[in-house]
Design a protein around this ligand. Structure first.
Ligand SMILES: *Cc1c(COP(=O)(O)O)cnc(C)c1O
Length: 385
């Protein structure tokens, strides 16, 4: 069932669309809650909710009582505020000092991502506060975070400054490798145990660690979850058996042209694929201008009527070609047929990503503005009538 939930009417005219199944999202929230125990979900809706549409996803998550949202940049937080999202919004990325007053104006939680950021917040708190901050601790990822040894001093100085409320402390895992995850967690727990009065809110898990080591998340206040909500994580690959998450996105386009090529003829730019026999080539309306990786050239597959066909030749900005087989056989593929780039009826997003040595996150995040998002789901349809 297609709903017009926040989607412009021109969608029906576009050959390509990303269908977002809101019931799958709701289902995945229930699965994640099962793993998280008493910890509440902080939903990662950065990068336009991994390409699924941040505002729409936030509104559906609000309906199922998600009260915490995470973004990477302040602009993403402001966009959500402007769309009327009033729940807590955490900006997980590092702020630049010039942006600090905007955090206060839009009620966004600041990540104390370094000693330098702590200093900048302390320096401006009296003019621009009140700030709500969470201290990020670097326990081994070595991307952002205050070194554990500096946390007691940073915490003390933040707390001694009027206009700063230190609400939380957290860390981020580099891997779901059990040994190293437990090592990072050990460093975090030792630090927290050494603090006289640790900040009340604590969070450590992302999707991988929640599914792989749920016991490490249950006693925390929050779990920071993105991929699992969108069904981009395959549970059995991270060690658990209840493979129950459902992919929320299905990407489809259409056959817009068909032709027969003779043996020795080549297809697409650079002539990287040569027909070995007479065959039919279908042209599909989708390319790197829609965010598909060019590395799918001569490697990816698509689904047409439930059967997989290989992408042949270089994927172009707006189109790519598929070998749909023997022109003398019964024609299985016709002009205007639906083509599944990933999702039901085609390769799964995880399989497609693995075929080009990337992760599913990159495929959904990469979809550009040109791809309309269409929101599906029984519950939404009911809610609208
Ligand atoms: C994106 C992000 C998450 C969510 O990660 P998933 O693997 O998608 O669950 C959690 N924590 C931080 C710091 C992040 O940047």
């Amino acid at each position: 069932m297609i709903s017009n939930f926040h989607t412009p009417p021109s969608i029906a005219l576009s050959p390509i669309r990303a269908e977002v199944d809101l019931d799958a999202l709701r289902h995945n929230v229930r699965v994640v809650r099962g793993y998280a125990g008493d910890a509440a979900i902080m939903a990662a809706i950065k990068a336009d909710a991994y390409g699924h549409g941040a505002i729409q996803i936030a509104k559906v998550l609000q309906e199922v009582d998600v009260k915490h949202f995470a973004v990477a940049s302040i602009n993403e937080g402001i966009e959500l505020r402007e769309a009327g999202i009033e729940e807590a919004i955490y900006v997980l990325g590092a702020p630049i000092p010039e942006a600090l007053s905007a955090y206060v104006r839009h009620h966004l939680v600041v990540t104390i991502s370094s000693v330098e950021v702590a200093d900048a917040v302390i320096a401006t708190a009296s003019q621009t506060g009140p700030f709500v901050v969470h201290i990020k601790v670097d326990t081994g990822m070595h991307r952002l975070g205050v070194p554990p040894g500096d946390v007691p001093d940073v915490l003390g100085r933040l707390r001694a400054t009027p206009g700063i409320s230190v609400e939380g402390i957290w860390t981020h895992f580099a891997t779901v490798d059990r040994t190293f995850t437990l090592e990072q967690l050990g460093r975090f727990d030792a630090l927290v145990a050494s603090l006289d009065d640790p900040p009340p809110v604590m969070h450590v898990a992302n999707s991988g660690t929640l599914l792989f080591l749920p016991e490490t998340s249950r006693e925390r206040t929050l779990v920071r979850i993105g991929g699992a909500l969108y069904g981009l994580v395959v549970e059995h690959r991270v060690g658990t058996k209840e493979a129950d998450l459902q992919p929320a996105m299905r990407l489809v386009s259409h056959v817009v042209h068909l032709q027969i090529v003779e043996p020795g003829e080549t297809v697409s730019y650079g002539r990287t694929w040569t027909a070995e026999r007479q065959t039919r080539i279908a042209t599909v309306s989708a390319g790197y201008g829609d965010g598909l990786p060019r590395s799918l050239s001569n490697r990816g597959v698509v689904g047409i009527h439930g059967k997989l066909y290989p992408i042949v030749g270089r994927l172009c900005m707006d189109m790519f070609m598929v070998d749909v087989g023997n022109p003398d056989a019964a024609q299985e593929v016709g002009f205007g047929d639906e083509v599944v780039l990933f999702g039901e009826g085609g390769p799964s997003v995880v399989e497609l990503a693995e075929s080009i040595d990337t992760i599913a996150y990159e495929l959904t995040c990469g979809l550009t503005h040109r791809v309309p998002r269409v929101y599906l789901g029984e519950e939404t349809a009911r809610a609208e009538t």
